[in-house]
Every structure is written in structure tokens, then in C-alpha cells.
Write a protein that binds this ligand. Structure first.
Ligand SMILES: Cc1cc2nc3c(=O)[nH]c(=O)nc-3n(C[C@H](O)[C@H](O)[C@H](O)COP(=O)(O)O)c2cc1C
Length: 243
């Protein structure tokens, strides 16, 4: 397998989360993937300033910091592993800042179709909440869900290849086989309506991608009922957002 997997550690330390990532890295390497672990703490990532229009319509953030390099690296990879320790029931502030700054990709989902694996470590609580947060991030980017791996910091239970199989399967399979879930189809329609409403660079991007009359980002495993559902959702969301 000649796939490139970028792994991102959202902890300020190179400890529990990093150790879990290195186990996942070893399995990926054994399967022939090229891997790289990046520590967000090594990068300057400013908070989003909320200027909105730059990322939505100009498709470029006004802030020239470490995000540019990180986003380039993600674009150049075949798949992403995103990891965070639980901090007060959620992700670390660094990874939240990183995710906020990917708003450009929420509106202009350039990396749609990449498999994303979410990884969490905790002392005990917050796994469910953090999982939900990472899943919603994945959906917003049009990523393919590559599973979820969590460990209690005290648990030395090793990661198995079986645990990693949703990610490996997504990595190795053609995205045409992907079956988007209802919430992923709805999110695509929301993003489409927003692009149509924006009228600027965001709409142009969707036009160039030829997504405006699509049921999902790319041809995939959607039956007639799901396609019909996508069409109905588009009408419902358009009406709600334009009223
Ligand atoms: C600021 C802070 C907040 C934390 N909040 C929680 C929490 O809400 N629930 C929990 O179970 N563990 C919490 N922890 C523990 C970490 O999630 C846990 O030790 C994790 O494995 C640390 O990962 P790391 O070694 O990669 O930094 C917190 C730790 C810190 C430093």
C-alpha cells in the first residue's frame, strides 16, 4: 500500500496520546503505509478571528501562520488521524483552534473523501463527547469515517489491527463504495445551500466541482431512496434558509 497517512497529536505533551499514536503508526507501517506524526504544539496556530469572508469566499485565511503548512500537508495526504486527550470533557484548546481554522474546508470541502480516524485518550471521562465532536468535524469536511480509538490513560491495552480495520478498509477501498449516512447527506445539502447563497468564491468553487446538482460530493454507494432523500432535503433546507 503506497498511501500517505498524516497523524496529528493535539496534546501539548508527547505522552499518552502520542504513545497511542505510535502504536497505530506501527500497524499502519506494517501494512505498508507512509506515516508522519505532527505535534500541534510545535506549530503556531492562532485563534480564528471570525472575519468569515476570507475563508468562505476567498478560500484563504488572512492569518499566515502554521495552519498554512498543516493544511497543505493534510491536502497532500491520503488520510488523516486526529488525536486529542480529553480536557474538561472535550478536546484541547490547541486542537479546537486548529479545527476552527479549517472552516475554509467546511464551506469549500477540498479534502472530501479522505478517511479520518479519531483518537482520544482520557483519565476516565469525556470519550463520548469527544467522539461526537470529531465525528461532526469529519462530516463537515466530507471525510469518510475511519473509526474511533479511545484509551484510558492508565490502560496499556494495545491497539489491534482489527480495531484499525474501519480506517484500513476506508484507506484501501475506492470511495465509490462509500455509503454516506443520512446526516452526511444532510450536511452536504446544507453546505450546498450555503454556497448558493454566498454567490461569491464559495459558489464558484461548488460550480467548478460540479457539486451543485449532486446528491453527494462524489459518486458513491447511494441507492435511489437516499438520492431522493437528498433532493427533498435540498428543497427543505433551501426553503428554511431563504425564508
Ligand atoms: C487540563 C486537563 C484537563 C483534563 N480533563 C479531563 C477530563 O475532563 N476527563 C478525564 O477523564 N481526564 C481529563 N484529563 C486527563 C487527560 O485526558 C489524560 O491524562 C490524557 O491521557 C492525557 O494525554 P497526554 O498524555 O497525551 O497529554 C485532563 C488533563 C488535563 C491536563
Amino acid at each position: 500500500m503506497s498511501k500517505k497517512v498524516l497523524m496529528i497529536n493535539g496534546s501539548p505533551r508527547k505522552k499518552n496520546t502520542y504513545s497511542l499514536l505510535t502504536q497505530i503508526q506501527q500497524i499502519l507501517k506494517d501494512c505498508g503505509a507512509q506515516t508522519e506524526i505532527l505535534h500541534l504544539s510545535d506549530y503556531e496556530i492562532n485563534h480564528c478571528k471570525g472575519c468569515d469572508d476570507n475563508c468562505i469566499n476567498k478560500r484563504e485565511c488572512a492569518q499566515a501562520d502554521g495552519m498554512r503548512m498543516l493544511m497543505r500537508k493534510i491536502s497532500d495526504s491520503d488520510a488523516l488521524v486526529l488525536a486529542s486527550p480529553v480536557y474538561l470533557g472535550g478536546v484541547t484548546s490547541k486542537i479546537k483552534a486548529f479545527i476552527d481554522r479549517t472552516n475554509i474546508w467546511f464551506h469549500n470541502p477540498e479534502i472530501a473523501g479522505k478517511p479520518i480516524l479519531s483518537v482520544v485518550t482520557t483519565a476516565s471521562t469525556g470519550i463520548k463527547e469527544t467522539k461526537r465532536f470529531f465525528e461532526s468535524f469529519t462530516t463537515g469536511l466530507g471525510g469518510r469515517k475511519g473509526g474511533f480509538i479511545a484509551r484510558n490513560g492508565r490502560s496499556g491495552r494495545p491497539v489491534t489491527e482489527k480495531e484499525l480495520s474501519p480506517f484500513l478498509n476506508a484507506l484501501l477501498s475506492d470511495k465509490k463504495k462509500y455509503k454516506p449516512a443520512m446526516n452526511e447527506i444532510i450536511m452536504f445539502q446544507v453546505q450546498k445551500v450555503l454556497a448558493l447563497k454566498s454567490g461569491g468564491g464559495n459558489r464558484k468553487f461548488w460550480e467548478e466541482k460540479k457539486w451543485l446538482d449532486k446528491s453527494y460530493f462524489y459518486d458513491c454507494n447511494m441507492n435511489i431512496a437516499k438520492k431522493a432523500f437528498a433532493g427533498v432535503m435540498f428543497k427543505v433546507i433551501s426553503k428554511a434558509m431563504n425564508s
